[in-house]
Structures are given as structure tokens and as C-alpha cells.
Design a protein around this ligand. Structure first.
Ligand SMILES: [Mg+2]
Length: 397
């Protein structure tokens, strides 16, 4: 099999970094995000806090003992999820094969992408730059021929690091590292290996597969395989993409409802076309703006009465969210996304239970826009834009 190019990207001290980004007075200070001080645990410690020996999963009380002058903050999942969504959107621009492992890390299969993005070092650089441009947060990237080695690599030069492991050098790269780095080797297994005198991955590799199997059975087979830097697990793309979105960072700030609506109308066209192209319908609508001052992001979610794939419904639902946003402040970004997606086949069921004028309008618009799509396919982009389809409020399909 040809060499694969697998990327593991991991945000640096993610929750703490989001807090420091949004509250500049916290930059350079030890920030600890976690549960209540009395009985919670640390979710993320900033690098400044790690100097004091504070790390994730540590009881908060212990963290306070080690770092009494730290800034202790509760977990604000809505904001981290928002940042995560933006990060995953960036990653999907680089590869269709993105496998998120959590809010702040993902594998990407970039095999064959050298033609577009250059050698692994350039791929890593471009990814880091694009993520930073989108969310102003740093990440660390590992590039290797497989998932296991890429994940070890991304962790090696944190924070803000890039580690490339060229094909053929996997075993040498792993050799000096402690056995705890082997995928699936927890403290208990590490104990068993240590009792055999195995401390580094080189020790494991040196023992040879037969003896490892004799001593440890199937666990021996597993670690012998990994110690050689082998791993053939594929990157499993996130098939159930959470949302389809369109957004634009603007060259000139905008403000006012009219300007925002104009942008949303274009986004609605694009998102709806993407939905139809993928055979998806959506029920959720999300409007997102970023205010220029403080780089503050605001999102508002709404729900349509029935699944839709047309721009008329999408735009109408987006407009309904606008009174819940401050539109007179200067904005740098306006975006629109459809979420709560239904795969082809699922969509029919939703239609069965929904009813009413809104739905009739949505169905009619959908039929027209599907027709426009096929005209576009045949004649190019010369037909009337879908957003101008006249609305008929009289009801009845
Ligand atoms: Mg991380």
C-alpha cells in the first residue's frame, strides 16, 4: 500500500486558551477551567498553570493548593463548542476525511493532498495558520503515515508545535519514548511491561514479537505491533456532519439589519444549494456574527417547523433570529448554518408529521430550487437567483 499522510491536530490547552482569548487580562496568568472547587476536577490548565504542577483530571482542591493565585473558571461548554465547530469547519476545507476525537482534536487523511498543499511540513503549517485565522487559537500538529504515530507526534512539541515523522522512520521516532505512549497502554499494562524490564518503546521492540507473545499473550502481539510504529486503522470521516454552513469574514465592517440581511440572503442560497446537492434536509438554523470590538462571537439558533432544503425557508428562519442580535454594532463576520440534518430517506418521515402553511411554502420553494439546480447544471449560472423567488402566503400546495 502506498504511504498515507495522516494528520493529528490537537488544540493547545483548549478551554483555558478560549478563556484567555476572550479575556485578554487573563493572558500570561495561570488559568484553570474545571468543576466546583470543593469537589470538581480540572478540565484544562493553561500552560502558566502547568508550571505549578496543575494538570487535567486533578481534583480542584489539589489545584488550589498547588496554585493558590490561579484564576479558577467554570466550564463554559457553549463557547468551547462554538470554537470547536469553527475549527472542524476549517479542517473540512482541507480534507473530506476528518475524524474528530473530541471537541479539540481530530485526525485528517491528507493522502494525495501534496499536489494542493505541498509536503507534510507545508500541510501542517497551512492547517495551523487556517485554524488560527478562524479562531485565534494555537494548535499542535503531527504528520505521520498512520494514526497512532501522528497522535504521538502532535503531542511531542506542544504548544504550537509541528512534528513530522517521514515514512520509514516510525520505529526510530518511537524508540526513545516511554512505553506509556503506546496506544492502549494504561498504567496497569505499563506496570506489567515494566516488571519485564521494559521502559522505553525501544525495549519493547528489542524483545521481539515471539517472546512478547509468550510473556503477554495477545497484549504482547498488540504492543509488538505498535512498537514497530505500525497501525492500519483508517481515518473514519465524520459522516454525520453536524451542520452545513456559509460565512464570510468581511474586508469592511458592516452594521445594521439591512446589510446583515443582504449577506444572509447570499449565504442562504449557498447553504440551501449545498443541502440539495448532498441530498440533505435540515431543521435547525443558526445565525452567527462576530463583533469587531473584542472579537466577540454571537450565535442564535432557531428551528423550522419542518425539514427544509430551500433558501426561502432558510432565509425566513434566519431573519426571525435577527431581533435577538445587536445589529447596530460593527461586525466583521456574518454567517449562516443549517444543522440538525436529515440524511436522504430520513427526510421523508419528517415531512409525514409536519404540516401547515410554512411547510407548503417550503415544499414549493424546494421544488422550484431543485429545478433551478438542474437548469444551472445544464446552462450554467445564468438563471434567476433562488432568493428572488416570489413568496406566496396564500397557503395550499
Ligand atoms: Mg488538546
Amino acid at each position: 500500500m502506498a504511504d498515507r499522510v495522516i494528520v493529528h491536530l490537537d488544540m493547545d490547552a483548549f478551554y483555558a486558551a478560549v478563556e484567555q482569548r476572550d479575556r485578554p487580562e487573563l493572558v500570561g496568568r495561570p488559568v484553570i477551567v474545571g468543576g466546583p472547587v470543593r469537589r470538581g476536577v480540572v478540565s484544562t490548565a493553561s500552560y502558566e498553570a502547568r508550571v505549578f504542577g496543575v494538570h487535567s483530571a486533578m481534583p480542584m482542591a489539589e489545584a488550589v493548593r498547588r496554585c493558590p493565585d490561579g484564576v479558577y473558571l467554570p466550564v463554559d461548554m457553549a463557547r468551547y463548542t462554538e470554537a470547536s465547530r469553527a475549527i472542524m469547519d476549517v479542517l473540512h476545507r482541507f480534507s473530506p476525511a476528518v475524524e474528530p476525537l473530541s471537541l479539540d482534536e481530530a485526525f485528517l487523511d491528507m493522502t494525495g493532498a501534496e499536489f494542493l498543499f505541498g509536503p507534510p511540513a507545508s500541510i501542517a503549517r497551512s492547517l495551523k495558520d487556517a485554524v488560527f485565522a478562524a479562531v485565534r487559537l494555537t494548535c499542535s500538529v503531527g504528520v505521520a503515515p498512520n494514526k497512532f504515530v501522528a497522535k504521538v507526534a502532535s503531542d511531542l512539541h506542544k504548544p504550537d508545535g509541528i512534528t513530522i515523522v517521514p515514512p520509514g522512520t516510525e520505529a526510530a521516532f518511537l524508540a526513545p519514548l516511554p512505553i506509556g505512549r503506546l496506544w492502549g497502554v494504561g498504567p496497569k499494562t505499563a506496570d506489567r511491561l515494566q516488571r519485564l524490564g521494559l521502559v522505553t518503546i525501544a525495549d519493547v521492540a528489542g524483545m521481539g514479537p515471539e517472546r512478547l507473545h509468550q510473556r503477554l499473550g495477545s497484549l504482547g502481539d498488540h504492543v509488538a505491533y505498535l512498537a514497530r510504529g505500525l497501525d492500519d486503522r483508517p481515518v473514519s470521516p465524520d459522516r454525520q456532519r453536524k451542520s452545513v454552513g456559509s460565512e464570510e469574514t468581511l474586508a469592511v465592517d458592516v452594521s445594521g439589519r439591512e446589510a446583515v440581511e443582504r449577506l444572509l440572503r447570499d449565504h442562504a442560497d449557498r447553504v440551501a444549494r449545498h443541502l440539495r446537492g448532498a441530498g440533505l434536509k435540515a431543521r435547525g438554523v443558526r445565525v452567527k456574527v462576530r463583533y469587531t470590538k473584542g472579537f466577540v462571537l454571537a450565535t442564535r439558533d432557531g428551528r423550522a417547523g419542518a425539514p427544509f432544503d430551500d433558501s426561502v425557508t432558510l432565509f425566513a428562519e434566519a431573519r426571525r433570529l435577527l431581533p435577538r442580535l445587536e445589529l447596530d454594532r460593527p461586525m466583521r463576520l456574518v454567517g449562516l448554518a443549517a444543522f440538525d440534518l436529515l440524511e436522504p430517506g430520513q427526510a421523508g418521515q419528517g415531512d409525514l408529521f409536519a404540516s401547515g402553511d410554512g411547510e407548503a411554502r417550503s415544499e414549493r420553494a424546494s421544488r422550484v430550487e431543485h429545478a433551478v439546480d438542474s437548469l444551472r447544471q445544464r446552462f450554467g449560472d445564468v438563471v434567476t437567483r433562488a432568493g428572488r423567488i416570489p413568496r406566496d402566503r396564500s397557503g395550499g400546495a
